[in-house]
Design a binder for this molecule. Sequence first.
Ligand SMILES: Nc1ncnc2c1ncn2[C@@H]1O[C@H](COP(=O)(O)OP(=O)(O)OP(=O)(O)O)[C@@H](O)[C@H]1O
Ligand SMILES: [Mg+2]
Length: 275
Amino acid sequence: MSVDLLKVNNCLNSLAKLIDERQVNEYNGNLKVGVDLGTANIVLTVVDDSGKPVAGALYPANVVRDGLVIDYIGAIRIVKELKKDVEKLLGMTLTRAATAVPPGTIGGNMKAMSNVLEAANFEVTGVVDEPTAAATVLQVSDGAVVDVGGGTTGISILKNGKVIYTADEPTGGTHMGLVIAGNYKISFLEAEKMKIDPNKQNELFPIIKPVIEKMAHIVKKHIAGYEIDKIYIVGGASCFVEFEKVFLKEIGIEIIKPAHPHLITPLGIALNEFK
Ligand SMILES: Nc1ncnc2c1ncn2[C@@H]1O[C@H](COP(=O)(O)OP(=O)(O)OP(=O)(O)O)[C@@H](O)[C@H]1O
Ligand SMILES: [Mg+2]
């Protein structure tokens, strides 16, 4: 089944607006909650039974690295704050939530994500893998999902609705920031600010293009040998200008990048709560 991009984008635009404007949507039935503990952002998302976004909150954070919780106390504090924030907007207490882990996470690391949510007073009703979360939003059952986040790039291949291959590579938006910092001889934080400024991205493109080409090369190696006719790109780093064009040129397979790619996995986590 191919993606209904218009519908998916409407949903993502709605969630982005709710987060930006600190608004809530009307809803029907029960609410489902998802918490994405990312390398760059922690996002709490609320949807209703029909899958409609109801509320959300995002906090830029540095408490997880490469899928591992490195600042447990900080992570709990942020999840508690996001929970309180959204509860205030909704006028009700949120008790249950799902979370996600990068593909291939095992054992204690999987538990660490749930422990953060539990310590923030959530009953954890699901731990989904990130590609499955993204695929739920896109409603696709076949193809490759590439999640270019802050610290890592997850590559997943789906066939008949099942994840049949996953890999997680240490490249992403942070890498792009480091390259900018090195080229302009500025701090990483300044470079990150410059990177996400839409007015600066054309100027930065020549130095970032090789980084994107390298990412595409990595993805191409992983998907070699699989029959894939579409690659779905998600994750914040793919917001960079011309990102999908560089991928298409390097890989030669149709690239689909929905709106607000950094919100796709967070939305999918909420959709997967108590499934
Ligand atoms: N408009 C933009 N242009 C370029 N990069 C962006 C933009 N918006 C966000 N980013 C980058 O996207 C990255 C964060 O993406 P995302 O929120 O998907 O990551 P994450 O889920 O926190 O990380 P991970 O999945 O690696 O744990 C950061 O490096 C950030 O600088
Ligand atoms: Mg992520």
